[in-house]
Design a protein. Structure first.
Length: 393
């Protein structure tokens, strides 16, 4: 399969359209499916997903959580449907959601049918686990009738008994065989609107399974290191596992599985994609770790700016550097920059050039104002480009 061609990673982000050869990632070629109105696979942007953890039967609480995920940028949200009360509430939830919803179904085929009828855009279901051929046929027909795609979700911790007996333990071969067995059932029923995941809590096992699966089938792949853990360690584990796969061009949609607020999963997901140059959303803050040379409290300043700039969704870059050793160099390649100096003041940079001197007092308000102004300029320029393109067509 195609691999990443070269080194990726830079703070140089003034020109978001320019592709440098050493930043290039060649994505695996996959066929495209639709999850509601969101394209997954092919040349579509890599989507970021999360999952609600409220009782689905509590439609109000679930809708509130979905709304927070939408505000954080979620493209797709998964909702568990373990019982009849959940699928009964799902219709109200789907009607209120602004993003497509995936109904998480495990063993009961009727829940899959009910979720499809209630407005699910996708069913997360393993067809080999739901019983007889007639039941499988009914679920597939419901998906066809209601325009649902499907996700085959293989987890190392819940592999079929016969595969564990065959291989002795969860391993890439067992996970991929399970995935392909489920895929074959859908294909035999002329159903091809599906994606696959092969997740494990071990990043090594996860990566090996996805690498093998990517060679075996052309459907979109949903990435994740399952049960990655709490916020800090889970983020690191997910970044290592998913980052290495994305760098190699594998992956069409991602979910960071954290024992934390689901909103954090969306933030981390976008940060992973942003770090690889695969997708940009919001302000990319380049900041030094601080040292004795700092002309202001870098750590405190960056923490405040993260909160004050969370509402900015425009892709852009901001450098916050404590001193003049690396500050001017970093500021050359960011949309807005601030470099600490001496005597309680530093320099503000705009578009890579010195704009003016700024006292540390009032620095945060000035930076926020400059970022918001630059975001408005970039948004206006993109709107003009779209308008010109539409007129030309």
């Amino acid at each position: 399969m195609p691999q990443s061609k070269a080194y990726v990673g830079s703070s140089m982000s003034l020109d978001h359209t320019h592709v440098r050869p050493w930043r290039h990632i060649e994505r695996r070629k996959s066929r495209q499916i639709m999850v509601g109105n969101v394209a997954v696979g092919g040349d579509a942007p890599i989507t970021v997903q999360s999952m609600t953890n409220t009782p689905t039967s509590d439609a109000g609480a679930t809708i509130d959580q979905i709304r927070r995920l939408e505000e954080a940028g979620a493209d797709i949200v998964r909702v568990s449907c373990p019982d009849e009360d959940s699928t009964a509430a799902f219709k109200t939830i789907a009607r209120e959601a602004k993003v497509p919803l995936v109904a998480d179904i495990h063993f009961h085929y009727k829940r899959g049918i009910e979720a499809a009828q209630a407005g699910a855009a996708c069913l997360r279901i393993n067809p080999g686990n739901i019983g007889s051929a007639d039941r499988v046929r009914e679920v597939i027909q419901a998906a066809k009738d209601h325009g649902c795609s499907m996700r085959i979700g293989v987890n190392a911790g819940s592999l079929e008994k016969e595969l564990l007996e065959k291989y002795g333990e969860p391993c890439p071969d067992a996970m991929v065989e399970s995935a392909l067995n489920h895929a074959r059932i859908l294909q035999d029923h002329d159903f091809h609107e599906f994606k696959i995941s092969v997740k494990a809590s071990d990043p090594f096992l996860t990566v090996a399974a996805y690498q093998q699966l990517a060679e075996a089938i052309d459907c979109p792949l949903h990435l994740g290191v399952t049960e990655a853990g709490p916020l800090r360690t889970g983020t690191i584990k997910s970044a290592i596992g998913m980052g290495s796969m994305l760098w190699a061009g594998i992956g069409d949609t991602i979910r960071v599985s954290l024992a934390a607020d689901p909103v954090e999963e969306i933030k981390v997901g976008f940060d992973i994609l942003k770090s690889l140059g695969l997708r940009h959303r919001g302000v990319n803050i380049i900041a030094c770790p601080s040292c004795a040379r700092q002309g202001f409290n870098v750590i405190e300043t960056v923490g405040i700016l993260e909160e004050k700039l969370a509402h900015v969704t425009t892709p852009m870059s901001l450098s916050i550097i404590g001193c003049v050793v690396n500050g001017p160099g970093e500021a050359l390649y960011t949309d807005v920059g601030f470099t600490g100096g001496g005597k309680g003041a530093g320099m503000v940079y705009l578009n890579g050039k010195i704009a003016h001197k700024q006292a540390n007092d009032g620095m945060i308000d000035e930076i926020v104002q400059q970022v918001e102004r630059k975001a408005a300029e970039l948004d206006a320029a993109r709107a003009a480009d779209k308008g010109a393109l539409a007129a030309a067509e």
